[in-house]
Ligand binder design. Sequence first.
Ligand code: PGA
Length: 261
Amino acid sequence: MEIIILPTPEEASAVAARLVARQICEKPSSVLGLATGGTPCGLYRELARMHSEEALDFARVTTFNLDEYIGLDPAHQASFHYFMAENFFRHINVPPTLIHIPNGMTADVPAHCEAYEQAIKAAGGIDLQILGLGSDGHLGFNEPGSSLASRTRIKTLTERTRRDNTRFFAERDTVPHHVITMGLGTIMESRMCLLLAFGRGKAEAVAASVEGPVTASVPGSLLQFHPRTKVIIDVEAANALTRADYYRWVYQNKPAWQTNL
Ligand code: PGA
């Protein structure tokens, strides 16, 4: 795990965007795993800027989103279909046929989840997975207690997550209870993970994920077993880390040959 602490979410998003852009430049047919929520918005804005100003080309990129609410139509303003279209896809040139988001309106959830897993495999697996972190330590919508080997499936949200996400819904108390999410086992098969977390409200979840024991009670902690994960956070989200000074020193004193940031 590499822990990169930057002064602001904007600077952290810019570093994350450079990593995503490099992945696409090195492999134009990259398969990206994408996240929703407040955290990746700055990253998507910066990638859209790179697309319009620096010709970053998404023409051969395939995307798989982590999750979606069950029962929300793609046109619903709180659906992740809507979120992705508004915040990212309409600003770049990724072909609509290469975009994958779980279908929260499916009549057969288990069959849809199995097909989603197969589609990821058929695309060659995820090269780079963007991740946010729930204030309860969840990854995707894998709530505390999720099997560390889980695959794409239905999950039931905790009240805390429903409360955290109320801000995306026009009417309170309409946050669905059920979702489809890639599993922790699915996420762990990504070749590289970028975990982003900003703000004081994420500090405990970041510390538990990075420095705590690996436990299903903190799904983010499973990333300690991932061979190529970068955790990109702002100072506020780094607030509860005990080794923050060490992580800063490591990042600022990388040998010149170590070009992976
Ligand atoms: P947020 O959500 O980016 O809106 O804070 C993160 C998450 O729940 O994974």
